[in-house]
Structures are given as structure tokens and as C-alpha cells.
Design a protein around this ligand. Structure first.
Ligand code: UDX
Length: 431
């Protein structure tokens, strides 16, 4: 098929490159000429395992990047993968999506024959129907269900495994208003992976498809906050929460994944999506108590980490090492990383902070230009009166004699990754 993907961000570039790899002809439309040039030169603007190879293989050939929305007239289907960030009050900012779907509509004015617009971005339930459909119809001068169609097809990509998650998803969710042409086109689009992996395709309404995305993320974030709540209780009782988690995970109604308690969740999606759906719930007149609690449990974990350090070290005027700055291993992304409140609170305590991360230090330097950054964990630990672990990078599991260089060998582990060592005071955040 000939398809257009609007947006060359983390989702758009991954989707465009994977669809090209599945044999489709893809136009990736973005307003950023630099990104367009990069992709056509076979360079991925986004660093994800496997993505560089796909963009290198198809960029400039079956994956054509362009700033020109008129490319849409060459295609049967257009996916919108544009940012839907939070506004200051936590609500969703639809400005990019509204501008994008208007441009799609304008391009469709000139197109003959049926064309399907697909909302890939995460939008609040009802948004496609009430906010996006009117813009598409008025800009194109065409009617949804007649010469154009409008579907919702959310993504569930994780940073660090986006290509794999796209190529082998646990489900494909397709929301339509019953337009069989829309269902047929999306079935053809995904046929290569559905056949290969026998992926379940969930056909549902457009609002249901929008809600499935929020529910998926809200549930996962709440699951982590619940195991953190239980982990905090275990800590008070001197119980090993990881042994408890391993056992309860054997109940297939609970499942073993996302039971790693510690300093909490960050990233670009959980915080954004949980805040947006809470805000929308309130606007609709419902108080989302459990989601509110999931956020407040998450918000308290950095302080709990440092209170454990306070039990052993007065960090005021002392050098403290922060090991791990990215929001999770495998990425340089620091958005909503738990390291940010940890560093802020250490500075509030009068500590001198030295940070280390295998890949995310340049990113964090923009946020905290005045703290020290070490080129290795042992440089960070050398002379430190206390250290905290905020990201579970594999290399931290090998640390051992490096702790001997600390002025006060106290380590508070926020991710269950550090090996105990004779002579080192060890505290686990939730175990
Ligand atoms: C998430 C969802 O998993 C993905 O489906 C959605 O499309 C985007 O948001 P991502 O944000 O990339 O993906 O990271 P994920 O691997 O889900 O981890 C999110 C946060 O939860 C990280 O900060 C991670 O450290 C934390 N986490 C995860 C825990 O603290 N404990 C766990 O057991 C699992």
C-alpha cells in the first residue's frame, strides 16, 4: 500500500520505518526540514535499537520524507503521529493534532477516491469524534463515511524496544464508526505482521480505541505504584518486597511484569497520559481517586529514597553520587526521570551532587548545568559521602570494590541493582 505518516517523532519515525520494512511505500511528512533531510539520507532522527538500520535501508527509497502534505494524494491512508503534550493544568494540548489534521484535509481536497485518516496519537476519549472529525471534514470539503474515513489506531511502543513492540505487538487496536473500508485498509496495512505473528486485532469504536490507550498506561503506572505502596509497607516491616513480588506474580491474574518496586515511574508517556485522563475525568465530573493515589505514591518515592540516606549521612556540604539519570535503562531520555527530583532534593539539602549515567549526562546537563558529572561510576563514588541509585543500568550490578573509595560508604538503592559489600552500609528503598 501507499501510506502517509504525519510526524517524524519517536512514534512517527518508528511506524514509518516499520511499515516500509513490511513492504509498504511510505511518505513521512514533517515540518522540520532537517529531520526530513536526515531520513532521506538514511539517518534516523530518533535513536531506538533497530531503527537506524531500517531508516538506513529504506530512507530516500520506499520511505520518502517530505514537508509537503500534497504527498498524501499519492496514498490511500494517512496516519497522524503528532505530539499531544500536557498543558500546565495537566489537560491535553491538541494544537499539533488540530493543525495536522487540517493540513491533511486541505490536501485531500485535491484527491479523488476514498482516503482514510488514522489517529495514531494518544487523545482523550471522544476527541476524534468531536474535535478532529469536524476539522477534517471542513478542510477537505468531504464527509466522513463517504469519500473519507476516520479511524483510531493507538500505539503501545516502549522506549528502548519500539521497533520490536511495533513488529510484534500483543494486540492491534482499530477504532472505527463501522466503516468497512477503514477496517479493510487497516487489515491490509497490518496483514504482514498479523499473518506472521497471529496478532489479535481488536475492532472497536473510536472512543473505545482512544480509551484503551489511556487505560493501558494508567493501569501499568498504577500497578507500579501499587507495588511501590506495598514495597514501602514491606520496608517498614523489614520484609523483602521482591520475594513477595515474585510470589504474587505467579498468580496469572496479577502477572510477573511491572512488579519492580523502587523509586518510581517517569518517561514521556505515563506521567502525560495519567495526568491527561485524570484531568479529563474531572472535567467530566468524576474524581479518579485511585489514579490520583498512584501519582501521589509515585511522587513521594524520591523523598523516601533520600530520607533513608539521611538516616546514615548528613549530606549538607558533602559530595553525594547519583548513579543513573535516564528515566529507565536503554535510553538517554530524562523526561520525568526520578533523578530530577532526587537531584533537586539533594541540592535543597546542601549536598554537592555528582551524577553519572552511561548515556544521559548530556541531556541532564541541560537541566542541571552546575552539578558535577563523572565519566564513570567509580569517579562519581570517589570521595562521596553517600550514593543513590536511580536507574537500573546493568553496569551498576557489577560495582563492588569501587565503593571502597567513598568517604562515607553508604548506598541507597532505588532499583534493586546493587550487590551488598562488606563495609558498605546498604539500604534498599522498598526492601
Ligand atoms: C510506556 C508503556 O509501557 C508503553 O506501552 C507506552 O506506549 C509508552 O509508555 P515507556 O514509558 O517507554 O513505555 O517505559 P516503560 O518500560 O513502560 O517504563 C515506564 C516507567 O516505569 C519507567 O520509569 C520504569 O523505570 C518504571 N517501571 C517499570 C518501574 O518502576 N517498575 C517496573 O516494574 C516497570
Amino acid at each position: 500500500m501507499q501510506v502517509s505518516i504525519v510526524g517524524s517523532g519517536y512514534v512517527g519515525t518508528t511506524v514509518a520505518a516499520c511499515l516500509a520494512d513490511m513492504g509498504h511505500e511510505v511518505y513521512n511528512i514533517d515540518i522540520d526540514e532537517g529531520v526530513v533531510e536526515q531520513i532521506n539520507d538514511g539517518q534516523s532522527p530518533i535513536h531506538e535499537p533497530g531503527l537506524d538500520a531500517l531508516v538506513s535501508a529504506y530512507g530516500g527509497s520506499t520511505l520518502q520524507a517530505t514537508t509537503d502534505y500534497d504527498a498524501i494524494t499519492e496514498t490511500d491512508l494517512t496516519m497522524l503521529a503528532l505530539p499531544t503534550p500536557n498543558e500546565a493544568d495537566g489537560g491535553i494540548d491538541l494544537s499539533a493534532m488540530k493543525a495536522g489534521i487540517e493540513s491533511v484535509g486541505n490536501a485531500l481536497r485535491e484527491k479523488d477516491g476514498y482516503h482514510l485518516a488514522v489517529v495514531k496519537s494518544t487523545v482523550i476519549p471522544g476527541t476524534t469524534e468531536t474535535e478532529l472529525k469536524p476539522i477534517l471534514e471542513s478542510a477537505s470539503g468531504k464527509t466522513d463515511g463517504d469519500e473519507i474515513g476516520l479511524a483510531v489506531n493507538p500505539e503501545f511502543l516502549r522506549e528502548g524496544s519500539a521497533v520490536d513492540d511495533f513488529m510484534e505487538p500483543d494486540k492491534i487496536v482499530v477504532g472505527t464508526d463501522g466503516d468497512t473500508r477503514a477496517l479493510d485498509l487497516l487489515a491490509r496495512l497490518y496483514e504482514p505482521i498479523v499473518a506472521d505473528w497471529d496478532i489479535p486485532v481488536v475492532e472497536t469504536g473510536r472512543p473505545e480505541a482512544e480509551m484503551i490507550k489511556y487505560a493501558n498506561n494508567a493501569f501499568l503506572a498504577s500497578k507500579v505504584s501499587l507495588i511501590n505502596d506495598l514495597g514501602n509497607i514491606c520496608k517498614e516491616f523489614g520484609v523483602d518486597s521482591y520475594e513477595v513480588a515474585d510470589a504474587i506474580g505467579m498468580d496469572d491474574r496479577i502477572g510477573e511484569r511491572f512488579l519492580r518496586s523502587g523509586v518510581g515511574w517517569g518517561g514521556s508517556c505515563f506521567p502525560k497520559d495519567v495526568d491527561a485522563i485524570r484531568h479529563a475525568a474531572r472535567e467530566a465530573g468524576y474524581e479518579p481517586q485511585l489514579l490520583d493515589a498512584a501519582v501521589s505514591v509515585n511522587d513521594q518515592q524520591p523523598e523516601r529514597l533520600l530520607e533513608l540516606l539521611d538516616d546514615h549521612v548528613d549530606v549538607s556540604g558533602e559530595r553525594v553520587a547519583v548513579l543513573g539519570l535516564s528515566f529507565k535503562p536503554g535510553t538517554d531520555d530524562i523526561r520525568n526521570s526520578r533523578a530530577i527530583p532526587v537531584i533537586e532534593r539533594l541540592l535543597d539539602r546542601g549536598a554537592t551532587v555528582v551524577g553519572y549515567d552511561p548515556v544521559a549526562m548530556d541531556e541532564m546537563r541541560e537541566q542541571f548545568p552546575d552539578i558535577e558529572y563523572a565519566s564513570s561510576p567509580d569517579e562519581a563514588l570517589d570521595g562521596a559521602s553517600g550514593a543513590v541509585v536511580v536507574t537500573d543500568w546493568d553496569e551498576f550490578a557489577a560495582l563492588d570494590e569501587e565503593f571502597d573509595a567513598m568517604a562515607q560508604p553508604v548506598i541507597v538503592d532505588g532499583r534493586r541493582i546493587i550487590r551488598r559489600r562488606e563495609g558498605v552500609t546498604y539500604e534498599g528503598l522498598t526492601w
